[in-house]
Design a protein around this ligand. Structure first.
Ligand SMILES: O=C([O-])C(=O)C[C@H](O)[C@@H](O)C(=O)[O-]
Ligand SMILES: [Mg+2]
Length: 429
């Protein structure tokens, strides 16, 4: 068996995205992703997926060239290799990322997000070559299914008139009744029993009313609210007081570890984050100050599946819960999330996934949710197969784009409907 990497293919694509609202603005009609293929000398191909914006593509290209000639088994070597790749300083500022949704943005984190796509592709190739599923390569699954939560969004019925977009049939959700209706469809279609509402869109009282309406419609179901740091400490505490009896956790109510620690010290509602702990360097301060009770890992941010397991071990050591964050992603990443989640012993919260919002994919067969859970694939590698025709079509869309959609910009999408819109300064309320 020859496990030498003979070829690496990178295919940036644009995938349809509905008009989902967040505190920064609204999703653009198409969003970039990068599909990674690693091919061994024996002709075995492994698949990976990560962010596709220019700032990820730029380092991914030289990184891909460096991989040729190495072994797919050399996963630990990927990090040192990534350090050799230059990251344009203008792309990283050390502060919260441009989109304002993914926490700090450093060159290291950007490199890790690139590495994650290649690590998953190498694991997929290795698994296929050995005839073993990725979860076995990670030490073995401890569960056969992984539970996901319904990711509820305030949304418009459609993208603004005149904007080229794919249609969706979810309708609008801009008030409590719309949010409950969306949740009902999620539950009926996918069987989800936990619900997360993306907040920070409307004044807190409206979002409190939406969560109350969810609690009434779905009694006993775990509920979460995530305004992506849009609230002050005092507003966070007020929301925690008003919703404390129905929330599983509040996610990133306020920005920064110090603010989160202050909120955590004054409420019994657990705080979760995918913003103030998104790198290993941020763990010490957050955990020693008891700023967060649940970390939402994301194998893209953290540098892959092995790093996700290391993060879970650190969380376990500190008695901090672990779950998973999700951005717009396709089936390759959902499969990767499911494999790694299946190996984490104490995963006590349903993971996030945007997947139901993505009507397009590059797989021959989409992954499915049954009773809110994805069955852990047991076939070789990730257990998914690439649809090359679909990949080519979505790549063609990327090639045809004039550049305006190649870098996600929710504020720009909002300006189409509301000229003059800029992402609001935080705290917004
Ligand atoms: O905090 C979160 O869960 C996210 O950042 C997930 C996504 O970025 C979500 O907010 C979005 O896409 O609008
Ligand atoms: Mg979040």
């Amino acid at each position: 068996m020859n496990l030498t990497i003979a070829d690496v293919r990178l295919t940036p694509i644009l995938v349809a995205d509905p008009p989902l609202l967040n505190t920064q603005g609204v999703h653009q009609p198409y969003t970039p992703r990068l599909i990674v293929e690693v091919e061994t000398a024996d002709g075995v191909t492994g698949l990976g997926e990560t962010y596709g914006d220019t700032k990820y593509l730029e380092p991914a290209r030289p990184f891909a060239r460096k991989l040729v000639g190495r072994q797919v088994t050399d996963l630990n070597g990927l990090f040192a290799l990534a350090d050799e790749v230059a990251v344009d300083r203008s792309r990283v500022s050390g502060q919260v990322d441009v989109g304002g949704l993914r926490g700090v943005q450093t060159a290291d984190k950007l490199r890790l997000s690139v590495v994650s796509g290649f690590e998953v592709a190498c694991l997929d190739a290795l698994g296929k070559a050995l005839g073993l599923p990725v979860h076995t390569l990670l030490g073995g699954k401890v569960r056969d299914t992984v539970e996901y939560s319904a990711y509820l969004f305030y949304k418009w019925a459609g993208h603004p008139a005149g904007v080229r977009a794919e249609k969706d049939d979810w309708g609008a959700a801009v008030d409590p009744a719309g949010v409950v209706e969306q949740a009902r469809r999620f539950k009926e279609t996918y069987g989800f029993t936990s619900f997360k509402l993306k907040g920070g869109v409307f004044p807190p009282d409206e979002e409190i009313a939406a969560v109350r309406a969810l609690a009434e419609a779905f009694p006993g179901h775990p509920l979460r609210l995530d305004p992506n740091g849009a609230w002050s400490v005092e507003t966070s505490l007020r929301v925690a007081r008003e919703l404390g009896d129905v929330l599983e956790y509040l996610e990133d109510p306020t920005l920064g570890t110090a603010g989160m620690a202050e909120v955590a010290a004054r409420t019994r509602v657990p705080l979760a984050t995918n913003m103030c702990v998104t790198t290993f360097a941020e763990i010490k301060e957050a955990f020693t100050n008891d700023a967060v009770q649940v970390v939402l890992s994301d194998h893209h941010y953290w540098g892959g599946l092995h790093n996700t397991r290391q993060l879970a071990a650190i969380c376990r050591t500190f008695g901090v819960g672990v779950s998973m964050h999700s951005n717009t992603h396709l089936g390759i990443s959902l499969a990767a999330m499911t494999h790694v989640a299946s190996t984490v012993p104490d995963l006590h919260h349903a993971c996030d996934s945007h997947y139901p919002w993505q009507s397009e994919d590059v797989l021959t067969e989409r992954l499915t949710f049954e009773a809110g859970k994805v069955a852990v694939p047991d076939g070789p590698g990730l257990g998914v197969e690439l649809d090359r025709t679909r990949l080519a079509e979505l790549h063609r869309r990327w090639l045809d784009d004039d550049g305006s959609l190649r870098d996600r910009d929710d504020a720009a999408a909002m300006r189409v409907a509301e000229p003059g819109w800029t992402a609001p300064p935080v705290p917004r309320w």
